[in-house]
Each structure stands twice: as C-alpha cells, then as structure tokens.
Write a protein that binds this ligand. Structure first.
Ligand SMILES: Nc1ncnc2c1ncn2[C@@H]1O[C@H](COP(=O)(O)OP(=O)(O)OP(=O)(O)O)[C@@H](O)[C@H]1O
Ligand SMILES: [Mg+2]
Length: 489
C-alpha cells in the first residue's frame, strides 16, 4: 500500500492548466524528489495535496483514505505537513512563539505559552538548529534561519508525509549538508518526504526516487541518475552546461587605472549594539563584475542596503568620485545604482507589466518600451504572464520579474542580492548569458551577493569574501579555492 497515491489530479488558473492529470505515488519512509522548470506546477501540486488550493478534478489518497477536497487543518491532523516556498512569519512574535503557534490545536486561542507547549516548541527549534536564536524575532534572522523556522512549523504536527518546497534555497553548502542530515533523520523515523529543489546535483544523494514534471505533467520518473540522464528533462530543466562546468561567458576585462565607479572606505553598520559591518573596504570599477560571497548572516544584504541608502552607516561611500553619504534611496537610484533585493519586494497585487512599467518611471517612453520588449524576450515566461498579479507567480517567475524590473531603468551599477534563489538551471544559464551580453553591449557593471559559489566564481572578475561583517579575503576567482576555499567550505 502506498502512503500517498495521487491520480488524475488537475488544477486550472484561468486559461492556464497548472497541474494536468498528475500521477504521483509515495511509499512510506521514502524521499521523493520533485523537479521541473519554473512554473511547471510543483508548488501547486503540493498545495493541492495539502488542501491549500482546491483541485478541479482527481483523487488524492493518503493511507488508503480519499482526502481530496478536505480542508487544510484536517489534512494536517491526518498526517501531512507542508513547508511553503515562501515564508510569512509573524513579525512581532519571537521564533519560539512562531513555532509554538504551529503546535496549538486548530481552535482560536490567545498567544500565551504553557510550560509544556514552550518545551515542545523549544525542542523543535533545537532540532532544526535554531536553539540559539529562539528569543529573536524572525526579521532579525538571516533568510536561511527563517526557512528553518518554517521547517520546524511543518514538522510540528508530527506528520508521516512531509512536503518540502525548496528547503535548500539560499542555504550555504554547509547549511545544506546539515539540513540534509535533518531530513535523513526524519526519514529514519519512518516519515516520507516529497522534496522540491532546483539543485539536482545537491539533492541527488538524498532522494530515493525522482519525478520530473513539465507544464503540469509528469515527464520522467526513476532513480536520480535515470531522471537526470533523460533527454527531455535535460532539455526543459537542466539545459546543456549545468552538470559539466561550462566556461565563463567571455567579457573583456574593464580598463583599470581610472577612479573606481564605486568606492567604499571603512564602512561600518550597527544594529543596536551589534556590529553588522566592520570597516569594510571595497571598490568596483566601471564594467566590472564583482562578487561579495559569504555565509548567510555574514553581512552581504546589510552592505547592499547601506549602499542603496536604506541604512545609516559610518565610513565613506563614493560614487563616480563624489561622496554619496546621506543621499536618499531615490537619489541613489536616479544616480544609477539599482538594487535587486533578496526579498524581491514586488508589488503583489500589480501585474507583471505594471511592476515593469513602474520601474521605467524615469525612462523616456520609447526607450522603456524597447527595454521591456528586450526583457520579455529574455524571460519569455514573463511575457506569457504579463497580466498576472505578481503575488500569484511561481517562486522562480517572481525572481525573474525582480531581476527584469531592476534592469528596466538601465542601471549603471546593478546590485544583485542572491539572484540564483529558486531559479531552474536552464533559467540560470539564460541569465548568465544575458548578463554577459549586457556587459558586452552596454558596459553594465555588476555587484553580486551570493552564497552560491559556483555561480559567483564563474562570473566574477574579482571577489570579496565577507566573514562576520569583515572582508576576510579579496582577489581573483582563480585564486579563491587555494587561498580562501578552506575558510568558506
Ligand atoms: N493563483 C494563480 N493565478 C494564476 N496563475 C497561477 C496562480 N498560481 C500559480 N499560477 C501559475 O501556475 C504555474 C505553476 O505555478 P507553481 O507555483 O506551481 O510553479 P512551480 O513549479 O512551483 O515553479 P517554481 O519552481 O518557479 O516555484 C505558474 O506559471 C504560475 O504563474
Ligand atoms: Mg514553486
């Protein structure tokens, strides 16, 4: 008997068949990897199983019982837990309280913790490695920790089937190894897992079986190696160069010797008494591709927020030779520094086109239209979703929109904070090529923040390694492994 048997499951959004007669089985104690391009229906499938979205047709049997159409809370009580792709923590509550809330029975009650509840919440928090930060608010945590908190919530109901939507997104290699350990331990307790992830190489060793989907339908199934070798999977999901280390897109090195475009000297940022950035020196020359790599919480996002004028800081930031201190975010953006934040910050109720149009506010209409056409050719899936509300886009589609929006106003310096998050390998390749083309054609300068080293090493001409708010190393990518690799990996 299968633990979960999904058959003929379908879901339509307007003219789009997001899940199309899906067939899926999960055996007890098994980890099934679910892979597919951005927008292929992975998150929708999980939502249907969890009762978050209502299927148009099909059957979902859990331990032989038909649960299709049940409300979510009943499905949760029956033994299924879901880690959502997007985190929406309660911002005024501590991590401990957020976890405790998931432990409450599904009736309305006040947020007062009994000793027993607190003990259980604490244990869950420790289990996912958050023991040291349970009293903090989610806003003060790096992204990866918020995801772990969501994992603690997903396992709070003691589920026999766990649905994990991109739990590894944004994690460093070491954090991912740790989380793999947690997931293996959950399997060891007899739980089954459906795992959605774009990094097939990374999860290959973790999953027992893999299922690939494309436009809502299953296209391949089998061992991870079989599925990765499948020609259709390679075409729609992996692209060509992913598993082989493909060469760096060639862009001539910029002319040095002139004053840097951006110059940061002795930059320090404090959050209350805690020092997030300590005496950071960094420069970016015109036409360069520079990366700031570092673990989650090292200070990358803080650095970018200071550059964009969102945070008070000590030290000096110079732009095209002139001091930028005290400039407002709007003035900084108009000066040509455009920041694509890790959190995307899209206007959820506005359509794809409206989000792009807003970003072109200061651009002449004819130029904006040309730019928009170019961007929609670059991300054809966005063209097909032009009138869709940003909030309803898939994770990867939202990321593409955030990047496209940042490119819209023709930045001189593009700051990209973790752009690889949630993108399928083929899209990453497209993005790589597009950035190389932009740099060749328009001399775009890029400052990238990444914990995904492979991507950063492949593209940058220079790298800075940020460690606990300090620059621990900087140099060329070719020397990174030898001089700084040990500190990072
Ligand atoms: N409420 C909605 N209204 C309209 N379209 C929607 C809605 N929800 C999802 N979609 C569309 O359905 C398709 C499938 O979305 P889904 O979130 O399941 O993709 P996914 O496989 O999880 O992709 P990703 O890897 O990017 O997260 C997407 O193209 C998305 O734009
Ligand atoms: Mg998704």
């Amino acid at each position: 008997m299968s633990l979960l048997a999904v058959s003929n499951l379908s879901k339509r959004f307007g003219g789009l068949l997001a899940v199309d007669r899906m067939e899926l089985r999960v055996e007890p104690g098994e980890i099934v990897g679910l892979i597919g391009p951005n927008g292929s229906g992975k998150s929708t499938t999980l939502s249907l199983i969890m009762g978050v979205a209502r299927p148009d047709m099909g059957s979902i049997r859990f331990e032989e019982e038909e649960i299709c159409g049940w409300p979510t809370h009943r499905i949760a009580r029956r033994g299924i837990g879901l880690l959502f792709q997007h985190s929406h923590p309660l911002r005024r509550q501590s991590v401990l309280e957020n976890i405790a809330l998931a432990l409450l029975p599904d009736s309305l009650c006040t947020m007062r913790l009994s000793a027993e509840l607190e003990r259980r919440a604490r244990r869950l928090g420790e289990r996912v490695g958050l023991g040291a930060v349970l009293a903090q608010r989610p806003d003060s945590l790096p992204f990866a920790h918020v995801r772990r908190m969501e994992l603690a919530k997903a396992i709070a109901g003691d589920p026999r089937l766990l649905l994990l939507d991109e739990p590894f997104a944004g994690l460093t290699a070491a954090e991912a190894r740790e989380l793999s350990g947690v997931i293996r331990a959950l399997r060891g307790e007899g739980r089954a897992v459906i795992l959605v992830d774009h990094n097939v190489k990374g999860v290959r060793a973790l999953v027992d079986r893999m299922v690939a989907i494309h436009v809502g339908r299953k296209i391949a199934e089998g061992s991870p190696d079989e599925v990765i070798a499948d020609p259709q999977v390679r075409e729609v999901f992996l692209g060509t160069g992913v598993l082989a280390e493909s060469a760096q897109p060639t862009v001539p090195a910029p002319a040095r010797g002139r004053a840097p475009l951006l110059e940061v000297k002795g930059l320090s940022v404090y959050y209350g008494k805690g020092r997030a950035l300590d005496n950071v020196d960094l420069e970016v020359h015109e036409g360069e591709f520079v990366s700031v790599v570092g673990l989650n919480g090292a200070g990358k996002t803080t650095l970018f927020n200071a550059l964009s004028g969102f945070l008070p800081y000590g030290g000096e930031i110079r732009w095209q030779g002139a001091p930028l201190n005290d400039a407002k975010p709007s003035a900084i953006a108009r000066a040509g520094i455009i920041h694509c934040p890790e959190t995307r910050e899209l206007f959820g109720d506005m359509s794809v086109r409206e989000n792009l149009d807003l970003a072109a506010y200061h651009t002449p209409a004819s130029k904006a239209a040309e730019r928009e056409r170019w961007l929609l050719r670059l991300f054809p899936i966005l063209a097909r979703r032009e009138r869709q509300a940003a909030r309803t886009l898939s994770g990867g589609e939202q990321q593409m929109l955030a990047i496209a929006r940042a490119l819209m106003p023709h930045p001189k310096l593009l700051i990209l904070d973790e752009p690889t998050l949630g993108l399928a390998p083929v899209v990453l390749e497209m993005l790589s090529e597009a950035m190389a083309a932009l740099r060749r054609e328009s001399g775009l300068t890029i400052l990238l923040g990444e914990q995904n080293l492979t991507f950063a090493l492949r593209h940058s001409q220079r790298l800075y390694l940020l460690e606990n708010g300090r620059i621990a190393w900087h140099g060329e990518p070719g020397r990174f492994a030898e001089q700084a690799g040990a500190r990072y990996l």
